[in-house]
Design a binder for this molecule. Structure first.
Ligand code: CP3
Length: 350
């Protein structure tokens, strides 16, 4: 395919600067949309919803109809991987995910990677159906949780503000904790490789809890595992673009961008725009970073925040996105407004 006929998202990921940047939104399918809530109400529970291709395909398509984003992100969740490894995972209404925690190598030995593809076959079906149904200019994104973030949920039993149990396990028994990380590197690599075979054109790795780590742990538990996954996936699919999202990594974003060899890094809203331009965009494509709370607030504050991002980052390889997922109380009109502002943008207007 010639450069001009390639999809916009792929062009940006390959390092091209586009006058009007491509955009999509983390959690673009979700509870802020009335049409999502209607379909969600028909499913028995959240995991079952993710594993029902008819429903998962439909809710993936919903935001495309409203927002005409440059990407469709398959509807699923990062916690399907621990579920596929045999850990008990449940999504409790109003509480979020709850897992039967794994706290030592004996419990770790009960996990089993052999049924991974079998268990996740509904996800592959969602991707292969979407690849035939989405518009020709839209890119299909597959994703997985990165090992550290998956380990948090697997060890803590839920998301944690300090992630103390997992960090302590690593400091007390580095070799034991590494067995968990290694298992996840293997499982996530295999899962992503299969997603590409099923139809994913771009992959994103979510490392939502990387901001709590010391420099030493960040290197061993975030940079190294992400780097190894990129290497494994590229060995099977050399040209697949990959986006890394070490949320809240602050100044550590720079080493992450340089060492993991991702095509893009997704930045959270706490990262300074000028800093991202000077330190990250010189190495990779940058994705981000509208604050999901200003998106909820709307009005002039929203218009200004969108404008600031476009002014600072659209002069290099860039994908407009949020700093973290859309929150359920967000008015859909605010998200439509952002889509309109980006579409009407045509280069830096000094
Ligand atoms: O972005 C998308 O539109 C694709 C779908 C997607 C979901 N989860 C659907 C979802 C993606 C990419 C995720 C990733 C995910 N899941 C992450 C990484 C990104 C991040 O947010 O940090 C994490 C940590 C999870 C784990 C998870 N799933 C939590 C903590 C929760 C509960 C919080 C909440 O928002 O309810 C979920 C549930 C979940 N995953 C929902 C959706 C739409 C809401 C559940 C529902 O509709 O009942």
């Amino acid at each position: 395919m010639s450069q001009q006929t390639q999809k916009k998202l792929i062009r940006a990921l390959n390092g091209e600067t586009l006058a009007t940047p491509p955009f999509w939104f983390m959690r673009q399918a979700g509870r802020y949309l009335p049409e999502y809530r209607k379909i969600r109400a028909t499913a028995r529970n959240f995991l079952n919803f993710c594993y029902t291709p008819d429903l998962a395909v439909e809710v993936t398509l919903q935001p495309l109809r409203r927002l005409h984003t440059d990407a469709a992100i398959m509807f699923s969740d990062i916690l399907v991987v621990p579920d596929a490894l045999g850990q008990q995972v449940e999504f409790k209404e109003g509480e979020g995910p709850v897992l039967e925690p794994i706290r030592n190598t004996r419990q770790l030995a009960e996990l089993n990677i052999d049924r991974l593809h079998d268990h996740l076959s509904p996800v592959y079906e969602v991707l292969s159906r979407l690849s035939k149904e989405i518009p020709a200019t839209t890119s299909l994104i597959g994703f997985a949780g990165a090992p550290w973030t998956l380990a948090i949920y697997m060890v803590e039993g839920r998301g944690g503000t300090e992630c103390g149990t997992a960090r302590l396990w690593d400091y007390e028994d580095q070799a034991g904790f590494k067995q968990l990380i290694d298992l996840l590197v293997d499982a996530v690599s295999q899962y992503l490789i299969q997603q590409v075979i099923a139809g994913a054109e771009v992959l994103q790795l979510f490392d939502s809890w990387s901001g709590v780590l010391s420099e030493d742990q960040f290197r061993r538990l975030v940079i190294e595992p992400n780097r190894r996954i990129v290497e494994n996936v590229r060995a099977a699919h050399p040209h697949i673009p990959i986006i890394g999202f070490p949320r809240n990594a602050g100044s550590k974003y720079e080493d992450f961008a340089r060492e993991t060899r991702m095509n893009a890094v997704s930045i959270d809203h706490s990262v300074g725009l000028q800093w991202a331009k000077d330190h990250l965009q010189t190495q990779v494509c940058v994705q981000g970073n509208l604050d999901n709370h200003v998106l909820m607030a709307g009005g002039n504050a929203l218009d200004k925040a969108v404008d600031d991002i476009l002014r600072t980052l659209s002069g290099g390889p860039f994908i407009f996105n949020l700093g973290h997922g859309i929150l359920p109380p967000t008015p859909p009109e605010n998200v439509e407004r952002v889509a309109e502002l980006i579409r009407n943008w045509s280069g830096v207007q000094e």
